[in-house]
Write a protein that binds this ligand. Sequence first.
Ligand SMILES: [Zn+2]
Length: 70
Amino acid sequence: MNKHVTDPVCNMKLEPERAFSKGSYDLEVQYFCSDLCQRTYEARLTWERDGTEEARRTYLDLLAQGHHSF
Ligand SMILES: [Zn+2]
């Protein structure tokens, strides 16, 4: 049985070995279905950390693109 993980951006269920990419954030490993989802997640972290208008706009721009960049 494969253990599934969830993309934190689009909530897609993924098998860890088939995920597009993964990254460690605050000791937690997150898996992503696409490059766009990873960038969106990182933009959200930046916004949460910095709280700037520019960071917010970058995040919302990425979010508006959806999660399938392929
Ligand atoms: Zn995704």
